[in-house]
Write a protein that binds this ligand. Structure first.
Ligand SMILES: [Zn+2]
Length: 471
């Protein structure tokens, strides 16, 4: 690879043994760790479902679509620390996903945009009107103009070792190249999020934003956050061993090279530091490996929740996400229910499923020894105020999914929690470092590079290969 990914991997300081050091390896909790220096138990972002969706806000210019905000996020991030030092700090965050755009900046207001149905938008949390330049970008109808386009392999098919057309992929439909984006533009703007082009669109908007916001155009440090989601969507649909994901990474490499080159025209490359990381990995299809399978425990949460709601006539918010069964435990206690017994019973039921490696209840997690790695990961995930009943870790190859046809991430397995961390650009040496580090180290390290300090205690550590620790 000779594009952006290749340049970062070869020319940057590459931490090859990095991870998201918590149990729910999903987009929202993992994005909350990247620039906060803290684990989800501290940021308050536990799962995607308990992430950024906020019905008290709405999306701009889209009728009644519920919006998103950092309402559940607690504490500060790198942007707040930079602002405390220099109130003129400029920021721009762009992603296909609301949670990918919002959470790296925590609770801060700013230029935060994500993709929705053919355009980039934001929610009423961030403002009453879209900036003119975002409106102008949307008016060009870039996503809709991809209608009818065909996604074929970038290289000759002989360059791909992976087999194409596996029947377990993509819900069993459209499993082989070429993949056609629908001719109908209304369908195309939805379908485009599952193709490599959503990344190029996201980068294009970000680059326009750098120009319009004037990022890097003053005597001070500014912050750009770019969250690219095509690899996630294609990973879910086709898996990490597919020809589709191989092709996506080639195209991402190409576009990222274009992005770095284009940015260097606007901001001097000698004054830019890039950090590349990820929110999670993805598991191979169990149908491919013959190991593991799918764990559908959402129905246990649903049936239990429904039965108790019928008994007590109040909403109890039972939910199950990537091993964690959450509920309004306070409401249950207030109605005299023995919550410990309920948690024990649900844990026993959960433990009966094949593929469950370990199960905790609030009381058994509190008692688990410090040497218990799964207990450690769950403690770093669940905030003290979060009501929950069961936290389960899956065995190798087991996915938190109710139905076949796709694969996923979200577990404590290293295939899900392992991520790259690469620092590249001004002052960064080409080297590989194999000691264990975490995504929580990125925020404090960038702060040290910028000469500022976190304004609250953080668990992430300054990576001394990148920035010397201040005395
Ligand atoms: Zn995903």
């Amino acid at each position: 690879m000779k594009g952006g990914l290749g340049r970062l991997a070869v020319g940057g300081t590459f931490f090859t043994n990095a991870r998201q050091d918590h149990a729910v390896s999903e987009t929202a909790p993992s994005h909350s760790t990247m620039l906060s220096g803290r684990a989800p138990a501290s940021t308050g972002i536990v799962t995607n479902a308990l992430g950024v969706l906020d019905s008290t806000t709405s999306l701009l210019a889209s009728g009644h679509v519920p919006g998103a905000s950092p309402r559940r996020f607690q504490g500060s991030t790198l942007y707040d620390w930079l602002l405390a030092h220099d109130p003129g700090t400029r920021v721009l965050s762009v992603s296909r996903k609301d949670r990918g755009a919002i959470l790296p900046l925590g609770r801060a207001w700013g230029n935060v945009f994500w993709y929705w149905d053919g355009r980039f938008t934001t929610s009423t949390f961030y403002g009453a009107e879209l900036p003119e330049w975002v409106g102008a970008w949307n008016a060009r109808r870039g996503p809709a103009r991809l209608a009818g386009k065909s996604w074929d392999t970038l290289l000759d098919t002989a360059a791909y070792a992976e087999a194409d057309a596996m029947s377990y992929e993509n819900n069993g439909v459209d499993v082989a190249f070429p993949h056609r984006i629908p001719v109908d533009s209304g369908l195309a703007i939805k379908q485009v999020v599952s193709t490599p082009w959503i990344d190029s669109l996201t980068m294009d908007l970000a680059l326009e934003g750098v120009r319009q916001v004037g990022l890097g155009g003053r005597n001070g440090i500014d912050l750009l956050v770019l969250s690219l989601s095509a690899t996630d969507a294609i990973g879910h649909a086709f898996g990490p061993d597919s020809r589709e994901l191989h092709d996506q990474v080639l195209r991402l490499d190409h576009w990222l090279g274009w992005f770095i080159d284009s940015l260097s025209v606007l901001v001097p490359p000698g004054a830019t530091v890039f950090v590349l990381t990820s929110d999670h990995g993805v598991q191979p299809f169990p149908e491919r490996t013959g190991v593991g399978g799918r764990l559908g425990l959402a129905s246990l949460a649903r049936t239990t929740g429904r039965a108790l709601e019928q008994r007590f006539h109040v909403p109890l918010n039972f939910d199950f996400d990537s091993g964690l069964l959450t509920a309004d435990v306070k409401a249950l206690r207030a109605r005299g229910l023995d919550v410990d017994s309920l948690a024990d019973a649900l844990a026993r039921e959960t433990g009966r499923h094949p593929g469950i490696a370990q199960v905790f209840t609030p009381s058994s997690l509190a008692r688990a020894p410090v040497t218990d790695e799964q207990a450690r990961l769950w403690r770093r995930t669940i905030p003290p105020a979060q009501g929950w009943l069961v936290a389960a870790s899956a065995g190798p190859g087991w996915l938190w999914a109710d139905t076949p046809g796709s694969t996923t991430h979200g577990s404590t397995h290293p295939l899900d929690t392992g991520v790259p961390i690469i620092f590249y650009g001004a002052g960064m040496k080409a080297r590989r470092i194999s000691r264990r580090v975490t995504s929580e180290d990125i925020g404090p390290t960038l702060a040290a590079l910028a000469g500022v300090r976190p304004t609250e205690p953080v668990t992430g550590r300054v990576l001394t290969e990148i920035a010397p620790r201040r005395p």
